[in-house]
Design a protein around this ligand. Sequence first.
Ligand code: NOJ
Length: 946
Amino acid sequence: MAAAPGRRRPAVLLWAAVCLATALAVDRSNFKTCEQSGFCRRQRGLQPGHSPYRALLESLQLGPDAARLQLVNEVTKVPLLLELWGLQGNVTRIRIKELNPLRPRFEVPDVLVAEPPVERLAVTGRDEGSLELSLGPAGHRLLVTEKPFRMDLLQGRELLCSVNARGLLFFEHLRQRRDSDTPREPTAEEGGAAEGQEETTGGTEDAGTQSEKPTEATAEAAEEPGSWEETFKTHTDTKPNGPTSVGLDFSLPGFEHVYGIPEHADSLRLRTTEGGDPYRLYNLDVFQYELYNPMALYGSVPLLLAHSARRTLGIFWLNAAETWVDISSNTAGKTLFGKLLDYMQGGGETPQTDVRWMSESGIVDVFLLLGPTPAAVAGQYAALTGTQALPPLFALGYHQSRWNYNDEEDVAAVERGFEEHAVPCDVLWLDIEHADGKRYFTWDPSKFPRPRDMLQRLAAKKRKMVSIVDPHIKVDSGYRVHNELRSRGFYVKTKDGSDYEGWCWPGSAAYPDFTNPEMRAWWASMFAYDQYEGSTENLFTWNDMNEPSVFSGPEVTMHKDAVHHGGWEHRDLHNLYGLYVQMATAEGQIQRSGGQHRPFVLSRAFFAGSQRYGAVWTGDNAAEWEHLKISIPMCLSFGLAGLSFCGSDVGGFFKNPEAELLVRWYQAGAFQPFFRAHAHLDTARREPWLFGEENVALIRAAIRQRYALLPFWYTAFYRSHRHGLPVMRPLWMEYPEDATTFAIDDQYMIDRALLVHPVTEQGARGVQVYLPGKGEVWYDVASLQKHHAPQTLYVPVTMSSVPVFQRGGTVVPRQERVRRSTECMRGDPFTLYVALSPQGTAEGDLFLDDGQSFDYETKARYLHRQFTFAGNTLTASSADPRGSFDTPAWLERVVILGAGKPAAVVLRPADGSETRLDFQHEAETSVLTLRKPGVRIGDDWAIVLR
Ligand code: NOJ
């Protein structure tokens, strides 16, 4: 689909034309396989067991923070520098770079939030072939073996992870191009050899010469065509720096389950990649993506988690270049029965997963997050890359989008529709057609002549709007944004130094260099109310196409030899571009409010750390049941990688959903963190009321459920913001020892209290729900009926059912007077759902602030309340006495699930008085409802059941 340079226009037309096609299937020929990606092919050519690397143990230097020693490739003699850190909080950092690079190699900036504090290292053992380092107080030790170089990380006597155990360390050192490297077809005798021949002759007996299989050195020396220039379809990637890739393997004994490395449209649990392509991390605009494969998608987070019943571990590979991840396992293909038989016969090997990372450039910089619990790994990752930004409350409400709402009248009519049908909605969205000829920061003068009035009308109803601002800028000398970017030299450059241009929505477009901090500051300033004309306080932003998408570029993205600030090639930092776009936009929103208000920015592309800037979604899905289903594992993977604020286009972007699918999607979306309906330009209109009375009632009910639970969602986001735990999380994060949960990805937890199993099957009559937790109980949120765990429960469903269960032992706050938007519900009374454990206890919390400013942070203006039920008494106290916030909100009801009938219920406010409360007890369900306690939600009080 990508067009030849110079013949670009047809490409965009073709793109648009294909949009209309009905059959949904990605055109795989547009995207590289590993075989077609030179460095991936070269690295995969290196088989395990042939490492040419030796650790020069005598070169060890133990500084106050790090240990440094040299590695040498015994074939090429090129020395590398290995750096090791023990970081506080159970993290080990390993860096490998060239000791004497010809030029600097790219090291990823702006992703780590801080240089983590280090532990003191010590040498605790040494013999002629290895040395042992202790990595701090947690008892971690690192054994470094000289030859072939490998490292084994141990805790006590337990081996946690081995590095280069399979000998796949691969490091293409920077080199000068020689005349003989001029591209030409190699002869068969040369085997593609074009460089470094004499270097390979320096090999020692046992390295590089021991086998027919290529070692890294021979693979490197072979200099296949493609090392200094690579052509894919009609695009030639000139590679002025030649081959620069890095790779390394990690063995994880005891682990059979690995997760993470979004974004892929695949199951939550990653699969082995033997016999197929590795998982690819390369931010791409993949048109009509297919499900259950390892192809790259819009975003990348190079974080992989391994989990077993004994521990959780993470590998964070900090590299922003194109990356491929191979996964193999010694238990792959074995059936459960086979594994059981192995176990019974005592002959089974320990399960082990091996992970191999391969990146096109940069250095090896990897953090081993040693857990040992899932929550600890989440915390370790958050300490490195930051936590989820706390969204403004409105952003957790319902969002109505489509490509496009046509004009101001259309917006008004849609808004009226929500009023007339009593469907809550916080935000209306405007896609690319709202701007004047896709010139972002402008409005189409005939369709949106008075944007400020439109926004004010929405504000009067306490609603917001989001407009799209993409990072491709129309090349048009009459467009101020373009002129400024060009004159300030802020565009990405071609390798020849001119402004890089490609085709995107506006036609010919240039791409601001978001890696340049000055450019980002300028971009941020564009969101000032006097710069972005027609914008107001209730206008927020959507950054789309920021992989970046270049219709005319290789694999629909930017040429890798394009040049960024500081002279770095696009190749080095491709996966960071989208993060920077969202970062600069969020900063712009903060600045326009004088630093007062929290931003809301949705981004399609992302990288590690993007969680600090807003929300992400799963891009252009389709109105198909399988796409509804996969939204769950996709968002779970995002969450595991720190991105809590994730959603999928409700209803599916391409194609028209039938009413049943749409209703089920609303029901599922209402229980996913980012809840937005969106649809392609060519789809039929699908606002909730267009599907008949019955369906609008079902959709209304789903959205109302979302709004009733907003206090719970908001508190979960606050926790995620503070501690880095995902809001939407796999069951195994809460039940790490229960192996039954390890492969489940059709149900999940929200925070620690709710378990959700959306209906994702057409014509479903029921779903099988696994309720985990030995000796625990769960309450069906709809019927309030109690169920004992563990068990797999068959839950019959009708069209109105959304199987959700509250965990015994938790308290969930709700606001049940649902109104048109979140802002309208501020100050409304609360209801507490207290779900008793079998021991008759429960606890939960509530976070409350103004829902929009940074005052919770800068002025401690918030309430964090703790609710505890024990000894027949429900107590409200402060979970965090540092905060205070004035709110008129009061407690209107308490529903206690699993309670016996008391003789009396007494409220004891802080002043020591006692009041009897009205109550009602349902003997059949053991539900006790206390009416109108009437206390303020911010006060301390106790309610005693007698
Ligand atoms: C691609 C986005 O993924 C989609 O959501 C949007 O509607 C179109 N671009 C048009 O802006």
